[in-house]
Ligand binder design. Sequence first.
Ligand code: USQ
Length: 382
Amino acid sequence: MRILILGGDGYLGWPTSMYLAGQGHQVMVVDNYLRRQICLEQGLTPLIAVPDLHQRCQQWLKSHGSRIEFAVGDVTDYPFLLGIFQRFEPEVVIHYAEQPSAPYSMMGYREARLTVSNNLISTLNVAYAVRETNPACHIIKLGTMGEYGTPNIDIEEGFIDLEHKGRSDRLLFPRQAGSLYHTTKIQDTDLLYFYVRVWGLRVTDLMQGPVYGLMTPEMGDDPKLFTFFNYDEQFGTVLNRFMVQAVAGIPLTVYGKGGQTRGYLNLMDVLQCVRLAVEKGAAPGEMQIFNQFTETFSVNQLAEKVQRVGGAMGLDVQIKSLPNPRKELEEHYYNPVHKALTDLGLTPNLLTDEVIAGMLTQAQRYRDAIQPAFIQPKTQWK
Ligand code: USQ
C-alpha cells in the first residue's frame, strides 16, 4: 500500500516508517522537525544523536534496499500538505505530526498556543486533504489513553452504551484530560468523528498509553537508524526516564504517591498495532477507536521493577518521591478495556525482566552522554 506517515522523524514515526517499508509497503514520510526544534530551544538532546531524514532514508536504502521517500515541511501548511497528497496519492495516512509532550503544553502561553494550533490544524488539514484528494484514504490517527483520564468506572474502547431516562444510545466515552496536550487529542477525536459523520471519512483512532523502549529489529545495531530517544522531563516517557536515571545513578523520580496507573506498551508493539490498523482498514463513515496498550502499571510498580532488575545487574537504584509537578490523581481506580487489537492478532512483548535488562544494557552503552540536568521536573501544572 502507499502509506503516508506524518511526523515520521519522531520517536514513533521513524520506527514505524522503517517497519512498514520493511513489510513491503511504499512509504513516504513528512516532518517539519518540530520536536528537534523544541529540543534545540530548550537545550535538550536525545540520549543518542540521530541523523536527519536525508541521512536516515539514505542509510535505510543502503542497508535494507528499499526506498523511504520524505519531505521536510509543515502539516499545518495546507497547500504543502495538499501537494503531498496529490503527488503521493496515499491509500493510508498515519498522523503522528503533533506536539506530543504534556509538560511542554503546560509551560506557558506560547507553548500552549503552539500545542493547540499545531495539533488541531494538522488534524483539520489531514481531514481536508483526504476529502479533497481521495475520501477512501484510511486515516490512522495517534490518540492517547490520556483522553479518558482516570474515571472511577471501567474505560470502554472509544464508545459507551448508555441508558438515560428510559432511552439508550452509543456515544463517545466521556473524556477528561489531565493536560492541555491531552485535551488537544480529545479535540482531534471530536474533529475526526465529526468529519466521519458528515463526510463519511474512514478513521481509526489509536488510544495509546505511554510507550517504552529504544530498539526495534529494523534498527539492528546501526545508530544511524536509531530512534529519537528523550529522557528529559519534556519528551521522555516515565519508564524511559527511569532506565536512564538507573544507569546514571540518579534516584528514580516518582511523582507524588506513585499510585498513578497507566496502560503501557513496548515500542515494538506500537508497530504491530499500527500494522494491524492498516490491515484492518475502516469502512466509509466508520470511526474505529482502539485502546492501544498491553499492560497497566502504577509508577511505583515500574520503579520497583527497574530497581530490582537494575540491582541484579549491579546498579545501585534508589527511588525518591518528589512533590508532584502535575495535577493528577495519585491513587485511583483504573480498568480500561483493551480487546480490539488483541482480537486483531496483537501478540504483546510484555515488560519482562529481560526486556528491562535489555533497555538498561542499551542505556549503559550511552552512559557518558546522559545529562543529569535534564532529569528533575521543572514544569508545574498549577
Ligand atoms: N511520572 C513520574 N515520574 C516521571 C515522569 C512521569 O512519576 O519522572 C508520572 C506522571 O506524573 C504520570 C505518569 O508517570 O502520572 C506517566 O507520565 P508520562 O510522562 O510517561 O506520560 P504522559 O505525560 O501522560 O505522556 C506520554 C506521552 C504522550 C502520550 C501519553 C499516553 O508523552 O505523548 O499521549 O504518554 S497516556 O499517558 O496514556 O496519556
